[in-house]
Design a protein around this ligand. Structure first.
Ligand SMILES: [Mg+2]
Length: 218
């Protein structure tokens, strides 16, 4: 059994009911749009040329590409100040509140655990009162550690295909949903591949999840 280090998660208590594991950035909190604003304030710009950050950030003063190490530094600064920048994705809070009536919800965010406290309070401030795991480890093993051998429907929502496929590899029975708030970068994203449902927005995600939970006998 793979365990999740205590420093990376809130108290986790799962009921005998379906489980929804949900990403945070671009799924319940806006990330791209506020990060673009943050970059401009610091003299840089994220240009939507391809589905990645590295290589697409330029220095506003001369148009030169911002070095990867500098992008990492800016990202770290953004996460440290996230409560002043990130806002909820449209309909995310109401949708999760509706789903929480029939399933447990756990946030799984790919973020250094040192930013856990600020993210925890930001989520709670916006009504996202569900336990959170913050880890930089692969998401598949984390979902497997969480779900174990439980015989309950499992759903995983994320904007990044690597994460969706990591979960697919470790817990193949999962309903995989690709959801991304930023329309510009969504349009640049590669197709998530077989076995992943693309939700156009949270209302669509609720339809897909409700159908899955209902059809698997919850
Ligand atoms: Mg994300």
């Amino acid at each position: 059994m793979i365990t999740i280090p205590d420093a990376e998660h809130d108290t986790l208590r799962l009921g005998e009911r379906p489980l929804i594991v949900c990403d945070v950035d671009e799924v319940v909190l806006e990330f791209i749009t506020p990060f673009q604003a943050f970059l401009v304030e610091h003299g840089h710009e994220l240009q939507p040329r391809s589905f990645r950050l590295t290589g697409n950030v330029i220095r506003l003063s001369d148009g030169s590409e911002t070095a990867a190490e500098e992008v990492d530094r800016l990202l770290e600064a953004f996460f440290a100040e996230q409560d002043g920048w990130q806002t909820p994705v449209e309909a995310a809070a109401d949708s999760l509140a509706e789903l929480s009536g029939k399933a447990d919800i756990v946030f799984l965010t790919a973020m250094p655990p040192r930013h856990r406290t600020i993210r925890r309070s930001l989520l709670s401030r916006h009504g996202f009162d569900y336990p959170m795991i913050a880890t930089e480890a692969a998401k598949g093993p984390a979902v497997k550690a969480l779900h174990g051998a439980r015989d309950q429907p499992l759903v995983f929502i994320d904007d990044i295909f690597v994460n969706l496929h990591s979960v697919k590899a470790h817990v193949p029975e999962t309903l995989l949903i690709n959801l991304m708030a930023n329309d510009t970068f969504r349009a640049l994203a590669p197709h998530p591949g077989d076995g992943v449902d693309i939700a156009s927005d949270w209302m669509h995600a609720v339809e897909l999840i409700s159908a899955h939970i209902g059809s698997t006998g919850a």
